[in-house]
Design a protein around this ligand. Sequence first.
Ligand SMILES: Cc1ncc(COP(=O)(O)O)c(C=O)c1O
Length: 404
Amino acid sequence: MSKKPDFDALVNNKRIDNVDTSALNILFSLFDKPEVISFAAGLPTQELFPREELVKIAPKVFIEDGAKSLQYGAAEGYAPLREKILARTKNLYGVEKSLDEILLASGSQQAMDLFCKTVIEEGDVIFVETPTYMGALNAFQQYFPKFVSLEMDDEGISIEDLKAKMEMYPNAKCLYTIPTFQNPTGKRMSLARRKELLEAVKDTDLLILEDNPYGELRYSGEELPTLLALDDCDRVVYMGTFSKIFVPGTRIGWVLGPKELLAKMKKFESAGELQGNTITQHLANAYMEEFDLEAHIVEIKDCYRKRRDAMLEALEKYMPEGCTWTHPDGGLFLWVTMPENANTNDAFDYCVAEGAAYCPGEGFFANDVKYNYLRMNFSPHTEEVIDKGVKMIGDGLKKYLATL
Ligand SMILES: Cc1ncc(COP(=O)(O)O)c(C=O)c1O
């Protein structure tokens, strides 16, 4: 018999060790418990996926348009779709970009990977928010950066802290931010703070990576300009996605940025996967031609606004004393602060025993992990289920707190 390769030795490399997805394990444990009402993941509601519309356009995409949707395509993505995304960017944010300033990626998650492959070398400093999106930390970790965490208040990143950290790390490469309806907190950077941020970095080479998957899901409050729109020197590299406003399974995201940078990112796109998915790019393009994406987004917002309100109301009714939470104007998430001595990893099982789950906060910290936070996603459940599930969470947390 031939020798079986020793996989333990073969896959024992420092890249694997550097990517820490352990905070996800607690969430994977929910896969075996479909009866649990989960507020843990960041899932869009599936009843609003435009399934019938996609079926209607399938003959056009697969038959009338010929075999183009099934063939290999350009690494930068299907040009008609890129044009439509650029037209929306102009309408929404007043930003005009050309076709060589947009690159499609397999979701904004892959866009982060391409960005890091292109920009980040071992030991480079990336400034991140506290807390920040755990998936971004995982994407960045593959390239061995040094994360430097920036303090945040209700208006976003603390500029004072940023200035202090810029003095300590004058060669920092980039600042990763989700300024609008952040994951995990739901917070939105104020207009004044956006301007102060760009002002604070104006004499540096620091790149700002603006991640904006939730910006179009605004339920209250005024529209604010993106950092991309406020940028006057090609400093902001912007990532958008269809995941939360259309269908996450299409795996279509995009990067808008300076063409010099995008040309290099495209090189890695070619090297890594040749190109993104032609079929879904053609489907999204045909959907935008035949149907009204903007009307669809209004429908999603109407649904999520009610769910956000239901969750805020339920939290008020059922959460134990000593807990506070954010009141987001948009996005999918609320961020709950428990008393300082609480640990939301330990409280998790108490809530699951009651029948509901949340996402513990641990994985959202790049440095100085805090354990007394948790994230709740209100998008996937009806108002009735939200009320029922939040009561279970409240009961579980009360039982856990009684043990301290
Ligand atoms: C802040 C943030 N960025 C990026 C992503 C990845 O999204 P995509 O589906 O476009 O890869 C997510 C997904 O939840 C997210 O919350």
